[in-house]
Design a protein around this ligand. Structure first.
Ligand code: SF4
Length: 190
């Protein structure tokens, strides 16, 4: 991965989010409500960083001025699950920690998404031992995986952009669908 930093808009020039597809004319614009809500959600994600080890340091770098996660409408980190919609898991998760992670996930309101950052969170990484959870998807559903040990901030940002794509495209009714209900049941989550 190159060390190139994603360019930011020039000072004084705010990023303008493109409007969803639709029909527009003089003084009007018609589009789907679902698309407008998708656009708003996509650009105002509130992440909950669940950082347990070295990958968390990469996340700190992703938040800081060089990479500046605020460009994606994500400057408001939440350490309260009830006020977050993106759970970012970064670092080694021990089996003892797994119920805590699951509790945090279940306390988050719908709709919610999960980003697994780094080899440890995604698969246990190099720690194929009795005490380490071999991937957080053993206890909670994951939407996007970011590979690497540790992943660079650019990779974390790439994962976030993929989450944003999912958020923007998610239909209103997905969380009420039989498939989603079934998915949660497989994780024993009510
Ligand atoms: S994936 Fe590598 S850098 Fe990330 S927490 Fe595990 S050992 Fe540390």
């Amino acid at each position: 991965m190159s060390n190139e930093i994603i360019p930011r808009p020039a000072l004084g020039k705010p990023t303008v989010v493109p409007a969803p597809q639709g029909y527009s004319g003089a003084g009007f614009m018609a589009t789907k409500l679902e698309d407008v809500i998708g656009m708003a959600r996509k650009n105002s994600i509130w992440p909950l960083p669940f950082a347990t080890s070295c990958c968390g340091i990469e996340f700190m770098s992703t938040m800081a001025s060089n990479y500046d996660l605020a460009r994606f409408g994500m400057e408001r980190l939440s350490f309260s699950p009830r006020q977050s919609d993106l759970l970012m898991v970064m670092g080694t998760i021990s089996k003892k920690m797994a119920p805590v992670l699951k509790e945090v996930y279940t306390q988050m309101a719908e709709p919610k998404w999960v980003l697994s950052v780094g080899a440890c969170a995604s698969s246990g990484g190099i720690f194929d031992t009795y005490s380490v959870l071999q991937g957080i998807d053993r206890v909670i559903p994951v939407d996007v995986y970011v590979p690497g040990c540790p992943p660079r901030p650019e990779q974390i940002i790439d994962g976030i952009l993929k989450i944003q794509e999912l958020v923007a495209q998610e239909g209103f009714r997905r969380r009420y669908s039989k498939e989603y209900e079934h998915l949660l049941k497989t994780y024993k989550i009510d």
